[in-house]
Design a protein around this ligand. Structure first.
Ligand SMILES: Cc1ncc(COP(=O)(O)O)c(C=O)c1O
Length: 389
């Protein structure tokens, strides 16, 4: 085909560089090389057996029709019950919307908020898709360089500094990808307050909620009813491939989000919704707690091991399963570093460029989604590699 009608916006939609790396890693594996995968942002654990059993049962007994656009009421009620039992917060079930992953939630939230030209504040480094979602709406993402000083998070000062008369919203995540850092309750409250004063909207991504270590596990819903609070079954619940998430929406936006969900998605996957009802049972939560403890053990091994090898980690990650490490002791070109590390040592990690521009060449992300003995092997390969880099 000689002609292709590609929209201009596609010039601004970047791939994940780590996908090319993953493809290369698979090639090397097919050729017999041993590759240690620390690049992928998903738990290595499979979906808990309890959830799988309920899914099998649902396949036998339920008809897999569309659900309502905002999801099965039984599941939404379970989520409300979970907020009450875990965080002692009452969330009206009407405001809980089931979505195809946090990805679906983020797109819905931004789509009901953004007009062309509107600005949205977010961190650099940060979750890269957010920038693209805003671009799809002809909005303008404002990437704020964040450092260890604010735990790689937005702050009242940076919000004040970057807020313009075109700004309508800010996006934060706690725990965050790629840094694993957390927004303390008081800081979150201060940001909620300042954005409220500016008559803006805060989108709070809590997708890594539950995966926190030595940090208070709270939800922003304890602090505000005016934010869009996004969550997912992907990470803590180990259900990445089921494509299911949820969002708690301020009351005034429920109708708009419902209308849009009807049009864009029709509904979230029905089987996944039946399965997810089991995600909040005591049995499942006990399994998830064991996994959380395992992630903490991995972090507790990998973090000092990387520091001893010469990486600088300026803020101790206390959530998710990521370590965002400064590699400038070895290179200012983390992209080349990461590619050579894969080719020569068979260790796959993610280059900083996948999370923004700010000091991206000096950073890499390690996902501790492998057991400790595998992490030990990775560190030993890494040390050998660095000697000759
Ligand atoms: C911060 C953050 N938000 C949202 C997502 C999207 O997740 P999902 O659509 O699987 O729920 C991810 C995935 O890695 C993420 O890291």
């Amino acid at each position: 085909m000689s002609f292709i009608q590609l929209a201009k916006r596609m010039n601004d939609i970047r791939p994940f560089y780590v996908m090319d790396l993953l493809a290369r890693a698979r090639e090397l594996e097919a050729a017999g090389r041993s590759i240690i995968h620390l690049e992928v942002g998903e738990p290595d654990f499979s979906t808990p057996e309890t959830i799988l059993n309920v899914a099998h049962d649902a396949l036998d007994k339920k008809q897999m029709h569309y659900t309502s656009a905002i999801g099965l009421i039984e599941l939404r009620q379970k989520i409300a019950d979970y907020y009450l039992s875990r965080f002692k917060v009452t969330v009206p079930v009407e405001q809980i919307i089931i979505t195809p992953g946090a990805s679906g939630a983020l797109q819905l939230a931004l789509s009901v908020l953004i007009n062309p030209g509107d600005e949205v504040l977010m961190t650099d480094p940060g979750y890269p898709c957010n920038r693209h979602f805003v671009r799809l709406l002809d909005g303008k993402s404002i990437s704020i360089p964040v450092t260890a000083e604010t735990s790689f998070q937005l702050s009242v000062d940076s919000i004040n500094q970057y807020w313009s008369d075109k700004t309508v919203a800010a996006m934060v995540a706690s725990p965050a990808n790629p840094t694993g850092t957390i927004i303390e309750r008081d800081d979150m409250q201060a940001m909620i307050n300042i954005i409220g004063q500016k008559k803006g909207v805060l989108l709070i991504d809590e997708i890594y909620q539950g995966l926190s270590y030595e940090a208070e596990d709270y939800t922003s819903l304890e602090l505000t009813r005016n934010a869009f609070v996004i969550n997912s079954f992907s990470k803590y619940f180990g259900m990445t491939g089921w494509r299911l998430g949820w969002m708690v929406v301020p009351e005034a936006y429920v109708d708009a989000v419902d209308r849009l969900a009807q049009n864009i998605f029709l509904a979230s996957p029905t089987l996944s919704q039946y399965a997810a009802i089991e995600a909040f049972s005591d049995k499942t939560l006990a399994i998830l707690e064991q996994r959380r403890e395992e992630f903490q053990r991995r972090r507790d091994y990998l973090l000092p091991a990387l520091q001893a090898a010469g990486f600088e980690v300026a803020v101790k990650p206390r959530g998710a399963f990521y370590i965002y490490a400064n590699c400038s002791a070895f290179t200012d070109d983390s992209f080349t570093f990461v590619n050579q590390l894969l080719e020569e040592a068979g260790v796959a990690i993610t280059p900083g460029i996948d999370f923004g521009e700010f000091e991206a060449g000096k950073h890499v992300r390690f996902a501790y989604t492998r057991p400790v003995p595998v992490l030990e092997e990775a560190v030993s390969r890494l040390k050998e590699f660095i000697k000759n880099f």
